[in-house]
Design a protein around this ligand. Structure first.
Ligand code: EVA
Length: 599
């Protein structure tokens, strides 16, 4: 295990301070900060909140679109040494970061959507002020997850060119914590759940950094202890277990302690436990042995001004809107979200398909258009960059599973979004990633990946790796939109017919479908971009989906309008939201609310 990803907590042994606030920042377009010793202090900084996506706070285009190296700096006071380790934890820095403590390099991390921790005990000055400097880089290339390229313009400035359809928000986008943890500490744990009649057996494994023994206890919501065991691994039996269910999310508390030889406590970590099982049987998805139909959204972490920064208030609004439409599920398209999203989903009883940032694995700007528009094969998985890409992909996958594996809300992992899966090298690339996920996830959740329009039976090489099939399909938008909607229905049915033999034994869900819609636009009869058309397009899609009993879920694209790169295909962003970017309903929200009430 690379690092402990446990979310910070406070108790008699652990404490943390938030380092969020106003930091200093400076762009480094010549990438010579290091040679000029910026790690010892930024020469000409401006102020910047942390966490934040820096882009949308600026009024100047060069700053919003800045691509390259940039630096952050802050200082913190550390009290006297109390014998515990001092750990610096970044919720995420997009996309790569080198961290310096008092001018000395403490570590490097690549991957913009997962946390990383650095043990800085040896680098800090106790009873003193300390400086953190971070050199960040937000360039995209074909080994980065997500993929893209970086263009150098005539004046030498760089511009990110994503192979994906969302703005390349970057910076220190999630919270920074300074933790103190005991030298002998709980590092990680796993749980796997089996239901036995009305009882539940929880097998657990705990990793610590020492040899002392561990105790495990489960408490119910009222604080009553319901079972206990000792040992770094073992089983816990909950009699008459209250299950965790959709919109009925009962959570127990699971407490691990490291005990010394006299029974004294060395460390303690309390976690929430939702008792639920998830499995695919034949072509059904079973939650607690009962079939569940997935209804909901592909989302983004995206909001006005704050970009990709997590906001408890926006997230709460999103959950309220999802509940209002009777949804039960969302996919974290196209990257792992801030940890707080999963905590909220655990509480609210929402199902999550957790996606690694493997998007843009096709040489096409904005990812969605090429194949739909009859684009050519780019043989993406035959390039020299592939071994390094796969290494990064594995690391991102491992970090996501390590971080999210104990959330009851997480019911599946998605290993990719719309790669070019139409030739055998794609399968060679993905098979080891699926194998890795199966090995790492003790709960053995179903695995999937979202397939692009040209990944159809006979052409696609990766669907067989998936436990359930996920299709992104834009019949009535990129394919046969507007006046051709009737033909779109026929073409859509023909494709779903072709999936039937595969789906005799595998569930099929739709992870994307929808139509760009301008919130202010109405037209009778409808035209594309008007609200009436978004409803008609959804009605057509639902008619088709309802005619196939192996269709087991529908996640519309997208929950809300979101920001993308500028271009002729996008009107200040992607407008396929069911809600506007500031979270007000378009007409389609009422359609979904009604449909999902009955579904
Ligand atoms: C779209 N289509 O065109 C969406 C994209 C998304 O935003 C896709 O997976 O196929 C992509 O990222 O609106």
């Amino acid at each position: 295990m690379k690092q402990s990803m446990l979310y910070p907590c406070t108790n008699a042994h652990r404490s943390f301070a938030s380092l969020d606030g106003l930091w200093k920042m400076q762009f480094d377009p010549a990438s010579d900060g290091i040679t000029q010793n910026w790690q010892d202090g930024l020469p000409d900084p401006f102020s910047m909140p942390v966490p934040a996506s820096f882009a949308d706070v600026f009024t100047e285009k060069e700053k919003r679109d800045y691509c390259g190296d940039f630096w952050y700096e802050t200082k913190f006071y550390l009290e006297a040494d109390d014998g515990r380790d001092v750990i610096l934890r970044f919720g995420s820095i997009t996309h790569r970061a080198t961290v310096y403590i008092n001018g000395v390099c403490a570590g490097f991390h690549e991957g913009g959507f997962t946390p990383f921790v650095l043990n800085i005990t040896e680098l800090v000055r106790f009873g003193n002020r300390n400086r953190i400097t971070v050199r960040v880089n937000n360039e995209l290339n074909e080994t980065s997850i997500p993929c893209g390229t970086t263009k150098v313009r005539k004046d030498g400035s760089r511009l990110a060119q994503p192979y994906f359809d969302f703005f390349n928000y970057s910076g220190i986008q999630r919270s920074v914590h300074l933790l103190k943890v005991p030298k002998e500490a709980i590092l990680d744990y796993d749980t796997a759940i089996t239901l036995n009649g009305s009882d539940a057996v929880i097998s657990y494994q705990v990793k610590t950094s020492g040899e002392h023994s561990v105790s495990a206890e489960i408490f119910d919501r009222k604080g009553n202890r319901v079972c206990a065991n000792t040992g770094k691994s073992g089983e816990l039996l909950i009699r008459d277990a209250r299950l965790w269910n959709v919109r009925d999310a009962y959570l127990y508390t699971l407490v691990f302690r490291i005990l010394d030889d006299n029974g004294g406590e060395i460390d303690k970590y309390p976690a929430r436990l939702g008792v639920r099982t998830i499995e695919v049987k034949g072509n059904r998805i079973l939650l607690n042995s009962r079939e569940v139909y997935l209804k909901g959204y592909g989302k983004h972490e995206d909001f006005e001004v704050i970009g990709r920064q997590f906001s408890w208030t926006v997230a709460k609004r999103d959950f309220e809107l999802m509940k209002w439409t009777n949804a039960n599920c969302f996919r974290t398209s196209h990257y792992p979200y801030a940890e707080e999203w999963y905590q909220m989903a655990d509480e609210e009883g929402f199902l999550i398909i957790d996606e690694v940032p493997a998007v843009g694995m096709m040489r096409s700007l904005m990812n969605f258009a090429a194949a739909g528009a009859g684009g050519k094969d780019t043989r993406f998985f035959t390039a020299d960059t592939v071994p390094q890409l796969q290494k990064n992909h594995k690391e991102q996958l491992e970090e996501m599973i390590l971080r999210d594996k104990n959330h009851p809300s997480v019911i599946a992992f998605s290993i990719f979004n719309e790669p070019e899966t139409t030739y055998p090298e794609a399968r060679d690339y993905f098979a080891p990633l699926f194998a890795l996920a199966r090995e790492l996830d003790v709960q053995k959740r179903p695995l999937t990946g979202a397939l692009l329009v040209n990944s159809t039976p006979g052409k696609d090489t990766c669907a067989e790796l998936c436990d359930f099939i996920s299709l992104n399909r834009y019949y009535g938008w990129y394919i046969l939109g507007g006046p051709d909607l009737n033909d779109a229905e026929g073409a859509f049915r023909a494709e779903v017919d072709a999936w039937r033999p595969i789906c005799e034994n595998k569930p099929l869900i739709f992870t994307e479908f929808g139509a760009d819609t301008h919130a202010g636009e109405h037209k009778l009869p409808s035209v594309m971009w008007a609200q009436e058309y978004q409803n008609e397009c959804y009605e057509m899609n639902f008619r088709v989906m309802d005619s196939y009993d192996f269709v087991k879920g529908e996640l519309v694209w997208n929950f809300a309008d979101f920001q993308t790169t500028e271009g002729i295909m996008r009107v200040n962003g992607n407008k396929k939201g069911i809600f506007t970017r500031n979270r007000q309903p378009k007409d389609a929200a009422f359609l979904l609310k009604k449909r999902w009430e009955q579904k």
